[in-house]
Design a binder for this molecule. Structure first.
Ligand code: PGA
Ligand code: ZN
Length: 430
């Protein structure tokens, strides 16, 4: 048994220069594990809450010294001496100690930092790679390399351009290895850069490393990406699928969907039609948050019209929360879930959400946040649970590429690594 001897925490900075929590969990044996916590911009309203200092005189009130105090104080006191291999108990103790529904007292950032660092320490103490340890924790899993969802064009809350749709992504699926899929992504990313430059459009990047030019319409984004794919020698819709994150809650006001970039306003029904038309025009395999997180009527319409042929992903809708996911499954809403550790705040609860999705036939996409760090935990999580897909940004900005690089390392270390590609979308007519 390896017991927790000490927990240290300190303030670091994420990819937006925003303060965040870093944690070391140290064991009796001298082994240790670290973690750094990510942070979103287009957050769902039912996410677990980050604890921030609110001291306007320091770091714009965004400091996390109070969260760190909680870790080194109350949380340490409760966890010292516990067996680090008992992740359920560690997370359970923190949930109980917090005592609130959304982890606002101790802070989901404090709790998650400790939860993830403990898992790394446990893996280290057993001489296992993190993904091997996570597979043990998760239980039976169809371990495989995930299909990447690469966000090569950024809009919405992640960029200062006029594009409403938050993420335009590509998914290379005809390849037989993760490495080849990633290479395709890199080639397409570079082709897109050249294409934008030729058209006199900006080639600077947004929060997730995708380009962030002003465009004449949201549709123009898809056209540019299609051209970049073709120029790179790949077949649109065969070798490479398109995916989109509308993050619709960001442009849903007073009961309607406002696409400011297109100067159009839609009812739920009409926005559903708009999305349907998009899927007829472009080989879009996956739509995330196509409807507002509270517009369950809209979600019903969308699932009815597209759910049998398009992956419909709940992010702000489900917020990695088994209670909300259970309702979605009961009501037949969406058919996939985006998994973000910090939406729920512990590893144990995250694994439960993945398990529930898998058991119900929902697809699983493990995801980064728009404010992220060089911590690559999600790469191991995606492989370990057989998630099938990972969303971790574009092919620039090291906090994004770090996850891809970690996946390359994992793939090269597995003797029986598999990349299913298009088979991840089985049952959907892509
Ligand atoms: P966020 O965006 O991290 O800013 O919430 C990511 C997403 O919406 O998928
Ligand atoms: Zn999203």
């Amino acid at each position: 048994m390896s017991r927790i001897r000490a927990i240290r925490a300190w303030e670091v900075f994420d990819s937006r220069g925003s303060p965040t929590v870093a944690v070391d969990v140290i064991l009796d044996s001298g082994d240790s594990g670290y973690s750094m916590v990510p942070s979103g911009a287009s957050t769902g309203s039912r996410e677990a809450l980050e604890l921030r200092d609110g001291d306007a005189g320091r770091l714009g009130g965004r400091g996390v010294l109070r969260a760190i105090e909680r870790i080194e104080g109350e949380i340490s006191t409760a966890l010292l001496g516990l067996d680090v291999n008992d992740q359920t108990r560690i997370d359970g103790v923190m949930i109980e100690l917090d005592g609130t529904k959304n982890k606002e007292r101790l802070g989901a950032n404090a709790i998650l930092g400790v939860s993830l660092a403990a898992a790394r320490a446990a893996a280290c103490s057993r001489n296992l790679e993190l993904h091997q340890y996570l597979t043990e924790l998760y239980g039976p899993a169809d371990v495989r390399m995930p299909v990447p969802m690469m966000n090569i064009l950024n809009g919405g809350a992640h960029a200062d351009n006029n594009v409403d749709i938050q993420e335009f992504m590509i998914q290379p699926v005809s390849m037989t290895t993760f490495r080849d899929a990633l290479c395709a992504g890199v080639e397409i990313f570079n082709a897109l850069k050249m294409l934008l430059a030729e058209k006199g459009l900006a080639t600077s990047v947004g929060d997730e490393g995708g380009f962030a030019p002003d465009l004449e319409s949201n549709i123009a984004g898809f056209e540019l990406i299609e051209e970049a794919i073709t120029r790179s020698g790949y077949r649109v819709g065969k070798d490479v699928l398109l995916a989109v994150d509308c993050a619709a809650s960001e442009f849903f006001h007073d009961g309607s969907y406002h696409l400011a970039g297109d100067d159009r306003i839609f009812t739920s029904k009409n926005f559903c039609r708009y999305l349907e038309e998009l899927t007829n025009q472009f080989p879009i395999a996956s739509i995330e948050d196509g409807m507002d997180e509270n517009d369950w009527h809209g979600w019903h319409l969308l699932t009815e019209s597209l759910g049998n042929r398009i992956q419909l992903v709940g992010d702000d809708l489900f917020v990695t929360n088994t209670e909300i996911l259970a309702r979605g499954i009961r009501e037949g809403i969406a058919n996939a879930i985006l998994i973000k550790l910090n939406q729920i705040g512990t590893l144990t609860e995250t694994l439960s959400a993945i398990r529930m999705a898998h058991d119900s036939g929902y697809s699983v996409i493990v995801s980064h946040r728009s404010g992220d760090t060089e911590d690559t935990f999600i790469a191991d999580l995606a492989v370990a649970t057989g998630a099938g897909q990972i969303k971790t940004g574009s092919l620039s900005r090291s906090e994004r590429v770090a996850k891809y690089n970690r996946l390359l390392r994992i793939e090269s270390s597995l003797h029986d690594s598999r990349y299913l590609g298009l088979a991840e979308f089985q049952g959907m007519e892509t």
